[in-house]
Design a protein around this ligand. Sequence first.
Ligand SMILES: [Zn+2]
Length: 243
Amino acid sequence: MRRTVVAALCVMLVLPPSACAAGPPASAHSPTAAKPSAGPTPAATSAPASPPTSAPASARSASASAPGRHPTSRVSPHTGLTPDPRNRFYTDDKSWYASPWYSGRHRIMVEYGCTPAPYYDPDPRCPDRHGFHHGVDIAMPCGTPILSGVRGRIIRPKSPGAPGPAYGSTAFRIRTPAGRDVLVGHARRVFVRPGDVVRRGELIALAGSRGAPDGCHLHLEVRRRGGGVAEAVNPMRLAALRT
Ligand SMILES: [Zn+2]
């Protein structure tokens, strides 16, 4: 099944060349890897450096009182998928970022740290009764391929630091050799299981909105090994976003 999904995504050119070239996602449960049915093409290897579209004048940056809506509803040239109109942006950052963690270029929706987004309880660290967001939210069309940006092992959902329901029922964690737990939240579909070893660039999930009030996105959170939400650290270095 996974091979079929990856092959289809490669044919659709929604996966980066590295994912297609690497073949189907490997795991402890799928030791035999089949050749991909389609390799990278020039179209897939030449991602434009500019954002997929310029925001219309009516699009406004987010603020506490007037969260920004998605700047466009047209199909993304990077993924062939339609942006989720439920997305709300609580940041002034309008850059479109690529990352080892997903296909295409997407915008930050909620940054790590104090945020005006209304989904979080007031935090004593934050002014104006703002809450604290323990990861970074990247808005993306539902179904966008999520790739592993690290090498690591999928750990058991109920092991110490188990994510709560706010991350969605499909939330999972990747434990890196350096002793970090990387939490991926809200996925629509997950292609890995506890015990699987994942490589960088491997397809691990499809973006979704499970447990999320503001549409499909990737919630990426980094914690100390076995740590809970209170031990989350700034994920931006690991997210490796680039314009
Ligand atoms: Zn989040």
